[in-house]
Design a protein around this ligand. Structure first.
Ligand code: EPU
Length: 423
């Protein structure tokens, strides 16, 4: 069992560069299935979810040329229409993007159910609704999802009942090679949706409106590839460093980011009395403070609202803020499991339904805690950096699904994190 040991109470100082966005990359890699030819992708984060995408692409018969840890060439010209077993798909959420991509390419997909972080029920009814609207039959049996379009697929209107990142992406993937026009209404607007559309358009697709709530896809016969694409910077990773800077009362420059994507967080940090300044045409952001933040009320919402994927990290900052804050989860049924771990460190958090009431304390104390999921793990690291004493974090494989070299990068900012194995 691997764990992080953090010697805490260190203000973070220095500069950190943001990697490519995990949630864009895990959609763009499955999208290569649609391309009849080679493509080169840059700024891919070196994280375990990407390795799992590559395992699936290799199973399908893709030719993969790893140029370096962040640049890969893909050639899916000769991939086969074969089943993707649950053993491979259950390890991460984005494995379900292979359903949309394979359905568009072959009119058929047989893919295991996805895994991912446990936030209570995570239905896929909107994905199925999108596939069915395009003319596919969908059967969920055992651990497998089978989509079949025996009579071919045809463009159609898809109205999503809930704003879903995954369903928007799967509907886009499924529609790219389908004759006619597909409209996705009530689409999600996250930066990674725009990034996937930009990637597909670079490879020859015809997608308009990504980033608004109506996306229009005109089917093309083929994606020829032959191009290079660089993945957008990860706004959640950037936000994690911003919150860590504020919570540790440090002084950090975050580079290689798109500050516009960070607006929902920057606005909250400013409201909490933390200094935030953008520079270099929105490519760098400076976060610094030498005092406790003040309380704030936050509700997570689809983009451009405050991201649910920064909810656990900001809970650490609110735990150390002056006054009582209310943090409401607006996306998932259950994303507060980590609060029990923070309580072990002295945080005063009471959860009632979808709201956490957080009474700020002067300091946190070291403890043995578990990363209950990916972003919860990032929150534990921030808490460990701020706490007095030596914190041990278990379950770090969750963190490594989504953050590249996280310990090394925090250490470069002055943290003291070591990795250790335990029998
Ligand atoms: N929903 C439905 N039916 C569906 C799909 C979603 O009811 O068919 C509901 C969900 O239960 C949830 C809401 O809609 O209440 C939004 O879920 P969404 O589909 O947007 O989430 P997702 O696609 O499963 C992605 C990210 C998550 C991130 C959410 C919200 C990926 C691989 N995952 O998940 O990222 O929390 O969007 O922004 O892109 C993370 O990176 O740590 C992470 C969990």
């Amino acid at each position: 069992m691997e764990k992080f040991i953090i010697k805490g109470n260190t203000p973070l100082k220095g500069e950190v560069s943001v990697n490519g966005a995990k949630n864009a990359a895990v959609a763009i890699l499955p999208a290569t299935v649609l391309i009849n030819g080679k493509c080169r992708i840059e700024n891919i984060p070196d994280i375990s979810d990407i390795k799992r995408c590559i395992d699936i692409l290799e199973l399908l018969g893709a030719k993969i040329n790893i140029i370096n840890s962040h640049e890969i060439e893909f050639d899916c010209t000769e991939i086969k229409d074969i089943e993707i077993p649950w053993d491979l798909t259950k390890k991460f959420r984005a494995s379900y993007y292979f359903i949309g991509a394979l359905l568009s390419r072959f009119g058929h997909a047989n893919v295991g159910f996805p895994g991912g972080c446990n936030f209570g029920s995570r239905p896929i009814d909107q994905h199925i609704k999108a596939f069915e609207a395009l003319g596919s039959k969908v059967v969920c049996e055992g651990a497998m999802i089978t989509a079949n379009a025996d009579n071919g697929l045809k463009g159609n209107e898809i109205y999503l009942d809930v704003v879903s990142v995954g369903a928007t992406i799967n509907a886009m993937l499924a529609a790219v090679l389908v004759p006619g026009t597909t409209t996705i209404e009530n689409a999600a607007k996250e930066p990674h949706i725009v990034d996937l559309a930009n990637f597909l358009n670079t490879m020859g697709a015809n997608i308009k409106g990504a980033g608004t709530d109506v996306i229009k896809i005109t089917g093309v016969e083929e994606l020829k590839g032959g191009a290079t694409y660089s993945i957008v910077p990860d706004q959640i990773e950037a936000g994690t460093f911003m919150i860590a800077a504020a919570a540790s009362r440090g002084d950090v420059w975050i580079t290689n980011c798109i500050t516009k994507h960070l607006d929902p967080l920057s606005a909250k940090l400013l409201e909490m009395g933390v200094n935030v300044e953008e520079a270099d045409d929105g490519e760098r952001i400076h976060v610094w403070t030498d005092k406790r933040a003040t309380k704030a009320n936050i509700k997570t919402l689809p983009y451009p609202g405050f991201p649910t994927d920064m909810q656990p990290q900001v809970a650490v900052l609110l735990s150390l803020a002056e006054g009582t804050s209310y943090l409401t989860e607006g996306i998932y049924d259950s994303r507060f499991q980590y609060t029990e771990e923070l309580r072990k460190m002295g945080a005063k958090i009471r959860v009632e339904g979808k709201t956490a009431c957080i009474e700020g304390v002067e300091g946190l104390r070291a403890s043995q805690v578990t990363a209950t999921d990916l972003r919860a793990g990032a929150a534990m690291i921030i808490a460990g950096i701020c706490a007095e004493g030596e914190t041990e974090i278990y379950g770090i494989e969750h963190v490594e699904r989504g953050y590249e070299k996280i310990a090394e990068r925090f250490n470069a900012l002055g943290a003291n994190i070591t990795r250790a194995s335990e029998e």
